[in-house]
Each structure stands twice: as C-alpha cells, then as structure tokens.
Design a binder for this molecule. Sequence first.
Ligand SMILES: C[S@@+](CC[C@H](N)C(=O)[O-])C[C@H]1O[C@@H](n2cnc3c(N)ncnc32)[C@H](O)[C@@H]1O
Length: 223
Amino acid sequence: MSFGKSHTGRKDDAVMQYLLKHSLREHPALRQLREKTLEHELSMIMVACEQSQLMANLARLIHTHKAIEIGVYTGYNALSIALTLPEDGKLIACDVCEDFINIGRPFWRLAGVEHKIDVRLKPALQTLDELLAAGEAETFDFVFIDADKVNYDNYYEKSLQLVRRGGIIAIDNVLWSGRVLCPAEGDVDSISIHTLNQKIHRDTRVSLSMLSVGDGLTLAFKL
Ligand SMILES: C[S@@+](CC[C@H](N)C(=O)[O-])C[C@H]1O[C@@H](n2cnc3c(N)ncnc32)[C@H](O)[C@@H]1O
C-alpha cells in the first residue's frame, strides 16, 4: 500500500509503514483524494497523512470553529480539518492556483463538507489582511501555514493576530529536509524557515513544540 511521498523513503521504511498501518484512520474521501493527488506531478508537496491526522486531532481537541489554511494545494489537509469542524464551522482556504483546488473540490463535496471550505484565490497575505480589516482578529482557533517559505514570518505574524488565546498555529516544513541546519548562501527558502525557527524559539507570545513528523512541524500555542 502506498501512503504518499511526503516523507522521504516512507514507502521503503518498514517502521513507517507499520506506524501508518496501525494508526491512520482516513475518511474514504480523504483516502481517495490522497490517491488522486499521488497521480499529480507535484504530489510530493502534499501534506503527510499522519501529520494531517495529528493536526485534525488537535483542532478537534481545542473545539475549532474557525480555521485558516495558508497553502491548500489539492486540499488534503483542508478536507481533514473541515471534517472536524461543526456544521457552521469555516475553514478559510488560501491559495493562488485554481487548478489545484479543482482537483480537491469533488472530494470535499463527496465528504459533505464543501460548504465549510471558503476558498480565497489570491496571495494569502492579502486574504489575511482582509480578515484583519474585517475585524476578525483573535477569532480563529487554528491556522496551518504551508505556502511560500519567504513569507513564513509574515504569515506567522498575521496568524498571531488572527488566532485567539489558546489557539494553535501549525507551521509545516520547518526542517526543510535538513537544509535549515546550514542554509546555503542565497537559499532564501531555507534562510527564511531557519530565521523563523530561531525567532519562535525565543517568542514569549507562544509555547511551542517542534516535531519531526513529515518534513518538520512546529506547533505554536498562543498564550
Ligand atoms: C505545500 S503546498 C500545500 C499543501 C497542502 N497544505 C496539503 O494539504 O497538501 C503549497 C501551496 O501553497 C500555494 N501558494 C504558494 N504561494 C502562495 C501565496 N503567496 N498565497 C497563497 N498560496 C500560495 C501553492 O499554490 C501550493 O498549492
């Protein structure tokens, strides 16, 4: 069975296969969307399924009603979060590529949660500014940051304004396949992620955990 390519070598890793076989509980629409996405040329950018399940469990734990996803791709994680939301809950789904969204939408519909996913097709920073301008500061429970890396710090700062106390900001790719250890000169993505990792470690506005799940996941809990 193939669970995706987000985790390097996961198909050949017997321990990872065991972990997935004994813990993954995918809604049928999620499984179908993952399999459909694996046919896509950029499928390596899809979130790791066990990471998505962890975030959905956390979102449910804190009774998430309003969430934001920054970087949706085909919407595997968007669907996973939407499945945890109450009937009147909302996920603001930020992306710039309609073709990606169109791959996922039929599976959101199949799962009966399409109405909970509010797609905003424009640069995510613009969407976050619009939410702030609309008076939605401190009203969100959960944010997942997973788009262009050079804007990670901007996304983090805007998310801190939008999330309530006790809310969670989850940040993907914080280990960036190990390139954060010694970013090469001019490698702006690695430098941006590493700089934010250093900043969050010192940031007294949040408590945090950095997990090695997927490509590295930081969980920042707003104090
Ligand atoms: C790593 S993928 C997201 C994976 C997704 N979270 C999942 O569940 O599989 C990154 C996405 O960010 C989007 N993106 C890149 N730059 C963006 C921007 N400035 N604003 C919004 N989305 C952006 C890309 O189109 C791509 O779909």
